[in-house]
Design a protein around this ligand. Structure first.
Ligand code: AMP
Ligand code: MN
Ligand code: MN
Ligand code: MN
Length: 277
């Protein structure tokens, strides 16, 4: 089994990198990529755990990018986690995150919810790499929403309390950085962006033009219909197909390591490109 999209406590996952590897290996995953948001901080620990468990770990990252005034996610697979250009990008993203986290805290305070920045930092184990997921867990713990899903309907999104914009790197810059770091760029969970079909196609076009290699076709929580649609788009845009659960932990129970539909036979698996490099 292959799972090329997993999160740890290095970003907004609930389990430490070594635990993620152990959970994935226990579920039967033999090849995995740790793809934390905008950081490679968990990879060394995950690589050691992978050796212990006899599984293959691909160094990865999930970069938040700006495209047409919205945020898309680009996964980098097989990157060199010590590449200077990639590390510079992650430092920029870390600045963006702390500035946005402060703005989120202020916005929630204005809505009568105090202590959110401190609460989210406690949950994250520090102010580094604060994610909206950490604020979401704080809001659930404080009784402002019943679960993660409800948080992202009532808070933290445009037009709601706790929303703050973030200036992520442009799509083309992120793809270029992944390639410079020796990796393949993969458009993450294309069905999850709230865009119409035409706009998604424009994104795929721009992603391909920027040097993107693949898109996720089999995604955590995805169904057979979605799989077929995404496989068709991958073919149309000349992109290889990736598969990743987007495992985070108990916050997202539908995304379990390795719990993925198999890629349709007419797809070019991104693993083929990775092993051929
Ligand atoms: P950030 O990168 O800090 O903006 O946080 C985005 C993260 O929040 C995503 O990677 C998801 O883990 C989580 N998230 C965003 N939207 C939702 C949603 N509708 N339901 C559950 N989790 C979400
Ligand atoms: Mn996340
Ligand atoms: Mn994502
Ligand atoms: Mn993800």
């Amino acid at each position: 089994m292959i799972d090329l999209h997993l999160h740890s406590t290095a970003s907004d996952g609930s389990h430490a990198p070594a635990e993620v590897v152990a959970i994935a290996a226990g579920a039967g995953v033999r090849t995995l990529a740790l793809t934390d948001h905008d950081t490679v901080g968990g990879i060394d620990e995950a690589a050691r755990a992978a050796t212990d468990h006899g599984v293959d770990l691909l160094p990865g990252i999930e970069i938040s990018v700006a495209w047409e005034r919205r945020t898309l996610h680009v996964v980098g697979l097989g990157i060199d986690p010590a590449h200077p250009g990639l590390l510079a990008l992650t430092r920029g993203a870390a600045d963006t995150r702390i500035n946005r986290a402060r703005a989120i805290g202020k916005s929630l305070a204005k809505a009568g919810i105090d202590g959110a920045l401190l609460g989210a930092s406690d949950i994250a184990g520090g102010e580094d790499n604060l994610s909206r997921s950490h604020f979401a867990r704080f809001l659930v713990a404080e009784g402002h929403a019943k679960d993660n899903r409800q948080v992202f309907r009532r808070f933290l999104v445009r037009g709601k309390p706790g929303y703050a914009r973030a200036d992520w790197v442009p799509l083309a810059e992120a793809v270029g950085t992944i390639r410079n770091a020796g990796g393949l760029a993969v458009l993450a969970h294309p069905a999850r962006y709230k865009v119409n079909a035409g706009k998604l196609r424009r994104a795929l076009e721009d992603f391909r033009t920027a040097g993107g290699a693949a898109m996720e076709v089999s995604c955590g929580g995805g169904n057979a219909r979605e799989l077929q649609t995404l496989a068709g788009l991958a073919q149309e845009y000349g992109l290889a197909a990736s598969q990743g659960s987007d495992f985070h932990g108990p916050d997202k129970p539908w995304a379990r390591p390795g719990k993925l539909l198999p890629l349709p036979a007419d797809c070019i698996p991104v693993m083929d490109l990775l092993t051929r490099r």
